[in-house]
Design a protein around this ligand. Structure first.
Ligand SMILES: [Zn+2]
Length: 499
């Protein structure tokens, strides 16, 4: 994610370290439910993420989601939906919790049997006819509505655009759209089938697998991902759109989805994508997915978002005159870089967010240096000056403060953007360009299609430097004060504001 500045260039982000205590408590709770002979009340569960403790659910691992949406042509009306989940049970459970908080549930089946369900907190709790155990497969079908009108205090999920809908689920809003295990540590394959009235086009993550025209003019559009994906990265666009196709490096299918009326105005930006992919491939290796493209939405989201294979951009970013060309280019590269850092290699917990945003900001800034002569060193010296202030406001990069009440995307603070790119700059200063470049390539290769933690990054960096960098990273990732910058002993931080 990247917040769109409303005046000049500036942006935020945040981070933190994984803690398992809460996960263990959650696991113990579910074991206790099984042990108790009297039925215990259904309760919302979580896997104990340090920033979002109630997100995700213990006891199973989702292999795939198969989601049908029927859109009725009005983006203020609920869609009809069927979400099918194929999961493997990993712990004994008498109830199965899903995250789902913003739609009406009509029926639930587990392994073809009608199943009792109730909503509590932000969970949908299912009670199968018999307890389930490790190794069993769960095939869950939920018939429900999916409401595009945000509840009070809710952020994210469906985004209502000028001509339909798009999705923005980061960090914790996929379960406002469909029932799921809403945590990036449980990645899965996705199939989407979207039925929309005549004149509208639907596009989702991955590649098309079919299109069916119905009597009366509606069409069902089907897409499937070729790689596992986190729920927060799901994208479904419905609108008066045109899909533009071009070729990227080695024939990679590049497809952009734009409001049909804007296709000519946007072309000067869209045609840059293949070159940007080529630039990123030179830096870190092969693009990790089956396709890429830009989704331009007529909406005031206030941010851009790296939804997998199809990044979401506000139309205004490309059409307002106050953004310089180099800046828009670098934002495009920011979301593209996330396809490697954040999407292919996903955070294990939300406190690993600095790995997403620090890297995306790093390549954003590096692109601006190489293509627009805007020295990275200058930007990093500036970040260094503000770093203590950012740490005071948002916590250290790998131990960020939780979201402000009612403002879940407030974890996207400066300390996880330039404040964390600064950590990568310090690392490159410390271990040298060659070891740093090698580390970056190995990172996206080793953890491709998976999850990784801050500790994994520290370990791989130490291997590449052929020495223990634990002390270096402790100070840079967990310190409330910014350590001295290797090679720039003259750099100074300003005192945190208000002190
Ligand atoms: Zn970002």
């Amino acid at each position: 994610m990247l917040l769109t500045p409303r005046t000049t260039a500036a942006r935020p982000k945040a981070l933190r370290t994984p803690r398992l205590a809460a996960a263990l408590i959650a696991a113990t709770t579910s074991a206790a439910l099984v042990a108790a002979s009297a039925p215990s009340p259904a309760a919302p569960l979580g896997i104990g993420d340090p920033l979002f403790p109630h997100l995700g659910n213990p006891g199973y691992d989702v292999a795939s989601y198969d989601i049908d949406f029927t859109y009725h042509g009005d983006n203020r009306k609920p869609l009809d939906a069927v979400t099918k989940i194929d999961a493997l049970v990993t712990a004994p459970m008498e109830r199965v919790n899903l995250d789902f908080a913003h739609g009406k549930v009509r029926s639930v089946e587990v392994n073809d049997e009608a199943t009792r369900f109730e909503s509590t907190g932000e969970d949908l709790v299912l009670t199968p006819s018999a307890p389930v155990g490790p190794g069993e497969r769960l095939r869950i079908t939920v018939r429900h509505t999916s409401d595009p009108v945000s509840a009070k205090d809710a952020q994210g999920g469906w985004v209502r655009t000028g001509d339909g809908l798009a999705m923005a689920n980061q960090a914790d809003a996929a379960h406002l759209v469909f029932p799921c295990n809403d945590h990036p540590s449980d990645k899965a394959e996705f199939t989407f089938r979207v039925t929309a009235p005549e004149g509208l086009t639907a596009v989702a993550n991955g590649l098309p697998i079919g299109r069916t025209r119905h009597v009366g003019g509606a069409t069902t559009w089907a897409y499937r991902t070729h790689h596992p994906m986190a729920t927060e990265l799901a994208q479904v666009s419905i609108g008066r759109s045109t899909v533009l196709h071009r070729k990227g490096p080695d024939g990679l299918p590049v497809r952009d989805v734009v409001p049909t009326k804007d296709r000519k105005v946007l072309e000067r930006w869209l045609k840059k994508t293949p070159g940007q992919i080529e630039w990123m491939e030179q830096k870190v290796g092969r693009y990790p997915f089956e396709t890429y493209g830009v989704l331009v939405a007529e909406a005031r989201t206030g941010f851009e978002l790296e939804t997998q294979t199809l990044s979401l951009f506000e139309r205004d970013l490309f059409t307002r005159p106050e953004y310089p060309e180099w800046y828009v280019d670098s934002i495009m590269v920011h979301e593209l870089a996330h396809q490697w850092f954040g999407d292919s290699v996903s955070p294990r917990s939300w406190s690993d967010l600095w790995l997403n945003e620090g890297h995306a900001t790093w390549y954003e800034a590096l692109f601006a240096e190489e293509k627009a002569k805007r020295p990275l060193k200058d930007r990093m010296r500036q970040a260094y000056r503000q770093s203590d202030t950012w740490r005071a406001a948002g916590g250290p990069p790998a131990k960020p403060k939780g979201p402000a009440p009612g403002k879940k995307i407030s974890i996207f603070r400066p300390v996880v953007y330039d404040g964390s790119a600064l950590v990568l700059y310090a690392l490159r200063q410390e271990i040298g360009h060659r070891a740093f470049d090698r580390l970056e390539r190995q990172w996206v290769d080793l953890y491709r299609d998976g999850n990784a933690t801050t500790a994994d990054f520290v370990r791989l960096a130490s291997q590449n430097a052929a020495r223990d960098l634990g002390g270096f990273f402790d100070a840079w990732l967990y310190g409330t004060k910014t350590p001295p910058m290797p090679g720039h002993p003259d750099w100074r931080t300003a005192a945190p504001e208000g002190k």
